[in-house]
Design a protein around this ligand. Structure first.
Ligand code: ZN
Length: 476
C-alpha cells in the first residue's frame, strides 16, 4: 500500500479526549486561534468563555455530530486544525478549507485497485490506521481575521451551536460541517483545472470519485476519459452528474421538482429554438407562474446594439417591449433597475443577456418588492444568438416567442435522468469546481460551493441533504 501526503506534517497535541471517533488536533501557536484568550460571552448553547474555547467547542460539537453518521468501531479520525490568516478583502473572504491529509491506494479491502482514497475512508475500509497514528487524516484551516476590518468587515463567525446565527454573521457550525465533509472524502482528488490524476511520483492513478462522475455531453465517466477530456468536462456547466446509487435514490426526496428554464419557439428561425439554461432572479415572482410572449429587444445605447435599460425606456423601446418579454443587456446598473424599467414600459418578463463569457448564468441578485414580472439571466453566447435574429426590423416579432417557466419533469439540481449535478462553472473556479453540488440545487445543500444562509445545522442525510449518500457511494 502507498500513501501520498498532500500537506506538510503538523505538530501539536490532541485535544478533545471525548469518546467521539473524530478527534481534533490543535496546532495553533500560543494566544492564537484555539488558544486566543480574549474573553467572550457564552452564545447560543456554546458556554466557552474565551474566543479560543468557543472555537474549539464548535469543533468538538461538529465532530460529535459527524461521528454519529460514520461506521461503528472504525479507527479514530484526527482532524488537524488551525486558524491562520486566509485570503480576504473587505467584501469577500475564504472562510476556511479542509481536505484529506493524505491519499492511499491498494490497502487491505480497497474496493478498487490502483485507485486513490482519502485517508479517513482508506483507514475505515482497511479497519486500521494505515500510517499507524503518525499523521492526522484531515487537515483544516479557518480564517482568523473574519469580520475584522479588511476581511469581510463586520461579518464574523457565529459560534453558537443552536443554528440561530444573526444576520451579518457566518454560522461556523454549518461551515465546519461542510469542511469536514470534504475531509471525509467529498472531494474529487483528480485535478479539474487540468484533468491530472494524483501521482505517487512514478505513476498517476484515478480517484474513487472518477467512476461516478459522468459527463452527459461526452457520454462517459472521468475514469474513461483522457486528462484533456476531464479538463473540458470540469467546465461543462450542468452536464457533469454523479451516478452513485445512494445519491440517485435520495434525489427525489431531497431536491424539489422543477428547474427554471427559458424556451424559445420560432417557426422561421430554427437555429434559436430550444431550451436555454437560466440564472433565476432573487426578486420578483418565481417562474412557477408560466409566462409566454414574443421577445422584444431593447437597444438604448449609442452603439446601436446595446440595451442597458438603466433609464426609463423611450417611446420606441417601450413600444417594442409592451406586452412582451424584454431582452436587455447586463451592465452599468443593477438588475432590479433594468427589470423595473422594463416593467414600467409594460413588459411581462425580462431576459438579461450576460456581458461576460462563461456559464452557467449566475442568479440575478437584488431586491425590489415593487417588481411583479419574472426575470432571468442567460449566457452571453445565448444572448448573442437571440440578438442575431432580433435585429433591425425584427427587434420584435410574433414569430419569436419566449416561455419562462419551471420544467416540472426535472429536479432542481439534477439532470433529466434524476442524477445530481456537480458544480462545473466555466471558467474553472479553483477550490470550488467539481468537488461540490451545482448551485441550482433546491432545497439548498450543505455541499454547495457557497454556504447558503437557510441551511439547517448538522443535516447531512436525506430528506434534508445529499452529503451522506455521496460518502456512502464512495465506500463509507
Ligand atoms: Zn466546499
Amino acid at each position: 500500500m502507498r500513501a501520498l501526503a498532500l500537506l506538510g506534517l503538523g505538530l501539536g497535541c490532541a485535544l478533545g479526549a471525548q469518546a467521539a471517533k473524530i478527534k481534533i488536533l490543535n496546532i495553533d501557536g500560543p494566544g492564537v486561534g484555539f488558544n486566543d484568550p480574549t474573553p467572550v460571552v457564552p452564545v447560543g448553547g456554546n458556554d466557552g468563555t474565551t474566543l479560543g474555547q468557543q472555537r474549539m467547542n464548535v469543533y468538538l460539537n461538529v465532530a460529535k455530530k459527524w461521528s454519529k453518521h460514520l461506521p461503528e468501531g472504525g479507527p479514530d479520525i484526527q482532524i488537524q486544525a488551525d486558524w491562520p490568516a486566509l485570503s480576504c478583502t473587505s467584501t469577500s473572504a475564504t472562510l476556511g478549507s479542509a481536505g484529506a491529509y493524505s491519499v492511499w491506494r491498494d490497502f487491505p479491502n480497497a474496493p478498487y485497485p490502483t485507485t486513490w482514497y482519502s485517508a479517513a475512508l482508506a483507514n475505515t475500509l482497511a479497519g486500521a490506521d494505515l500510517d499507524e497514528g503518525t499523521a492526522p487524516e484531515i487537515s483544516s484551516h479557518f480564517n482568523v481575521n473574519l469580520g475584522q476590518p479588511g476581511c469581510l468587515d463586520g461579518t464574523p463567525f457565529y459560534l453558537g451551536l443552536d443554528g440561530n446565527a444573526p444576520a451579518n454573521t457566518v454560522n461556523f457550525a454549518v461551515v465546519l460541517m461542510h469542511e469536514v465533509g470534504h475531509g471525509l472524502g467529498f472531494q474529487a482528488l483528480t485535478n479539474g483545472s487540468n484533468g491530472a490524476r494524483i501521482s505517487d511520483g512514478t505513476n498517476a492513478y484515478p480517484s474513487q470519485w472518477e467512476r461516478m462522475m459522468y459527463d452527459n455531453t461526452a457520454g462517459k465517466t472521468w475514469f474513461e476519459m483522457s486528462a484533456l477530456e476531464r479538463k473540458a468536462s470540469a467546465i461543462n456547466p450542468r452536464n457533469l452528474v454523479w451516478t452513485g446509487a445512494n445519491v440517485s435514490a435520495a434525489v427525489p426526496t431531497v431536491l424539489n421538482k422543477g428547474t427554471p428554464e427559458l424556451l424559445i419557439k420560432s417557426t422561421e428561425n430554427p437555429a434559436i429554438v430550444g431550451t436555454y439554461v437560466v440564472g433565476p432572479a432573487s426578486f420578483g415572482p418565481s417562474l412557477s407562474t408560466r409566462v409566454k410572449a414574443p421577445v422584444g429587444r431593447v437597444i438604448d445605447q449609442a452603439d446601436g446594439v446595446t440595451g442597458l435599460a438603466c433609464d426609463p425606456l423611450n417611446a420606441a423601446n417601450a413600444a417594442l417591449v409592451s406586452g412582451r418579454i424584454a431582452l436587455v443587456d447586463r451592465g452599468t446598473c443593477s438588475f432590479t433597475i433594468k427589470v423595473k424599467n422594463a416593467q414600467d414600459a409594460g413588459a411581462v418578463g425580462v431576459i438579461v443577456a450576460d456581458n461576460t463569457a462563461g456559464g452557467p448564468p449566475a442568479s440575478l441578485g437584488g431586491a425590489d418588492e415593487t417588481i411583479t414580472i419574472p426575470s432571468v439571466r442567460i449566457t452571453q453566447a445565448d444572448g448573442a444568438a437571440l440578438k442575431a435574429v432580433l435585429t433591425g426590423d425584427m427587434r420584435t416579432s410574433d414569430n419569436v416567442k419566449a416561455i419562462l417557466h419551471v420544467n416540472k419533469d426535472q429536479y432542481a439540481g439534477a439532470d433529466l435522468a434524476g442524477r445530481a449535478l456537480l458544480y462545473t462553472p466555466n471558467p474553472y473556479q479553483s477550490g470550488s469546481s467539481v468537488s461540490h453540488w451545482d448551485t441550482i440545487a433546491t432545497r439548498n445543500l450543505l455541499m454547495e460551493p457557497a454556504i447558503n444562509s437557510d441551511l439547517p445545522v448538522y443535516r447531512v442525510t436525506p430528506p434534508k441533504d445529499l452529503t451522506l449518500p455521496l460518502l456512502q457511494d464512495i465506500g463509507w
